[in-house]
Design a protein around this ligand. Structure first.
Ligand SMILES: [Zn+2]
Ligand SMILES: [Zn+2]
Length: 282
């Protein structure tokens, strides 16, 4: 009999269920049959509240995978480590770097991982399972490691991220990575924010899987400030990949999300908090 991998959206910007908290952030709970993996942790508040409401026991997490170091993906890590102290943490070591953003008024503010206890921070940095390169998490799941930036249209020059508070050194977020696994119908990809670009991410996964068809892509696509041309090129490239199911979420942005639903009306789905998607795996 085939196994099922079951993914529950635990944190997301939108909730349609009054029991579940919406929060700018992302977390997916992945049940594999041989172990449970948490992909990202949201800002920290909604993760535990929603897990409780959905009957998900975070103490049973065998591993947590961090897509990158921004607070809306790593804010729940400290409490998770206190809750599930044997959990393994997979991430690029740059998740611990200073991460600064600049707002529209030119002010700089911290968007990095909030660790309240510096001792926990140091311990975690030492014990991290580093994923600079593509790595197997186990249970059939993989992370991409650092994603090469190869497309011309996924331009990051308008991103307002820095590693210093004066805004001198841009942060190209080399820690950004996606999680993927091979399901019976094709490869399934979970994105954090896709700061590397969703098409760069898919091209990298396509190489890593020796060009297996990509069946589903879900998560944040970071197209909120993207120029129209970039959204159009992204849609064209998604069409070339013949994606069968597309779940734009979190930081994809309203305009890009609408355009995806227009371009792929039968393939697009939304994944607010509480959404469960299941995939058969061989
Ligand atoms: Zn981010
Ligand atoms: Zn984000």
């Amino acid at each position: 009999m085939n196994n099922i991998i079951r993914i529950t959206t635990l944190v997301e910007n939108v909730s349609h269920d009054p029991r579940l908290m919406a929060e700018h952030g992302l977390a997916f709970w992945i049940e594999t049959g041989s172990g449970n993996i948490l992909f990202d942790t949201g800002q920290g508040k909604a993760l535990f509240s929603n897990a409780h409401s959905l009957g998900i026991n975070l103490e049973q997490a065998a591993a947590v995978v961090l897509s990158h170091g921004h607070y809306d993906h790593t804010g729940g890590l400290e409490k998770l480590l206190q809750t599930a102290d044997r959990v393994k943490v997979y991430a690029h070591p740059a998740v611990f770097r200073h991460k600064i953003a600049r707002d529209g008024a030119g002010r700089f503010y911290d968007v990095g991982m909030p660790f309240l206890d510096p001792k926990a921070f140091r311990k975690q940095a030492e014990e991290l399972i580093r994923t600079e390169k593509a790595s197997e998490i186990g249970h059939g799941l993989w992370v991409t490691g650092t994603i090469p930036r190869v497309t011309e249209f996924e331009d990051h020059s308008d991103d307002r991220f820095y590693i210093d508070k004066e805004g001198r050194q841009p942060d190209n977020l080399i820690d950004d990575q996606a999680l993927f696994f091979e399901a019976s119908r094709g490869v399934v990809v979970l994105l954090g924010c896709a700061h590397a670009g969703v098409i760069n991410t898919l091209k990298h996964i396509s190489q890593l899987t020796r060009h297996k068809p990509i069946y589903t892509v879900m998560g944040g696509m970071h197209l909120g400030d993207a120029a129209h041309g970039r959204i159009e090129c992204t849609i064209g490239a998604l069409r070339d990949f013949k994606i069968e199911r597309l779940g734009p979420a979190h930081c994809t942005g309203g305009v890009a999300t609408r355009e995806f639903f227009d371009a792929f009306p039968k393939k697009c789905f939304s994944c607010p908090v509480g959404t469960v998607t299941e995939f058969e795996v061989n």
